[in-house]
Design a binder for this molecule. Structure first.
Ligand code: DPM
Length: 331
């Protein structure tokens, strides 16, 4: 049997086993991946194993305090390493930049709007981020969102919020918070785009590395699986996210540090330069270092590394060390 791409498979039914988190958002994302793969490979049989990860189970501790990289990915990776799953579907921003030995990032899907969104309690429906009242309580457990918003809006208060998107919205609506900051992409995928009150301008707050895209992880060198999933790869997104991930890796940031990015192409995507903006901020929002680099899209990693080094030259190192000492004093 030969696939349209010319790869020869052994005869008989082929199966692909997908590991996924089981939150509503994760399932929407995984079902999308399954449907795309089914469309491209009609004779492929696909199964999904949904499970909870550490990040889903520990809900009473601030995300940054748990501090562990791979909080939302480890259990899924274990399934692939013991050959009980072939791929894992992740929100790319939850996937650490260094993967366990034997696994690789097989492809990156087309990114939705990577911006953060403001979601407000009904009593603030006439307000914007800039006009929220003194001491309004913003629900977020992202140090990146907290540091950047504190920098621009020092009158706001911040309170940790954990749990999946639906749970967070319930907490907002019941009055625990005045507003939340959530990824626009997650709200959109859940059919909750009508809850987006305002998209946050990148001039105010840069998004997380990989935000809005899905990363499909698989076993290293698993040629037949890699071949199957290539239909999901979106090259412009992959170039942007590879630059963003190289930037984060070079800064040695785990997922829970105030590091933000933005990427775009300077000209039509075919051939234009890749423009990467990045920032590192202190938790009090007082110090914020931000810079931009651009260069040929053929080498996105080099761009990420260049930007990381530039931020270090401007003082990012001490800010990050301070944060590691604050959020994980035992480390
Ligand atoms: C990571 C962060 C958050 C998630 C940290 C950050 C947000 C935590 C919070 C690494 N993972 O963004 O600075 O706000 O308390 C997560 C979401 C999505 C993927 C939810 C969200 C959906 C959107 C996407 C949680 N991971 O950010 O609203 O695909 O990017």
């Amino acid at each position: 049997m030969t696939s349209p791409t010319g790869v020869v498979f052994p005869p008989g039914p082929r199966t692909l086993r997908i590991a996924s988190r089981r939150s509503q958002l994760a399932m929407v994302q995984t079902h999308w991946v399954r449907d795309e793969l089914r469309g491209a490979h009609p004779d492929l049989s696909i199964s999904i194993e949904a499970m909870a990860t550490q990040g889903d189970k520990i809900l009473d501790v601030a995300l940054a305090k748990i501090g562990d990289k791979g909080l939302f990915t480890k259990e899924l990776e274990a399934q692939m390493l013991v050959d009980r799953a072939d791929i894992a579907v992740h929100s790319l921003k939850d996937l650490p930049t260094n993967l366990p030995e034997g696994l690789m990032l097989g492809c990156i899907t087309e990114r939705e709007d990577p911006a953060d969104a403001l979601v407000v309690h009904a009593k603030h429906k006439d307000k914007t981020l800039a006009t929220l009242p003194e001491a309004a309580v913003v629900g977020t457990s992202s140090l990146r969102r907290l540091a950047q918003l504190r920098h621009h809006y020092p009158h706001l208060e911040f309170k940790d919020v954990r749990g999946n998107v639906i749970t967070r919205l319930e907490k907002l609506d019941s009055g625990d918070y005045d507003c939340l900051i959530l990824a626009a992409a997650g709200l959109g995928r859940l059919g909750l785009a009508d809850r987006i009150h305002e998209l946050i301008d990148p001039a105010i707050s840069l998004h997380a590395v990989g935000q809005g895209a899905l990363g499909i992880e698989c076993r290293e060198g698993d040629a037949s699986v890699l071949e199957l999933i290539q239909v999901l790869e979106h090259r412009p997104t992959a170039l942007r996210c590879r630059a963003e991930r190289a930037f984060l890796r070079e800064l040695e940031g785990g997922c829970q540090v105030p590091i933000g990015v933005n990427t775009r192409f300077s000209a039509p995507e075919a051939g234009g330069d890749l423009v990467l903006t990045g920032m590192v901020a202190s938790l009090d929002g007082q110090r914020l270092i931000r810079d931009q680099v651009s260069g040929p899209q053929e080498d996105p990693e080099a761009l990420g590394i260049t930007l990381a080094r530039r931020l270090r030259e401007q003082g990012a190192g001490p800010i990050l060390e301070e944060i590691f000492a604050t959020v994980r004093p035992e480390a």
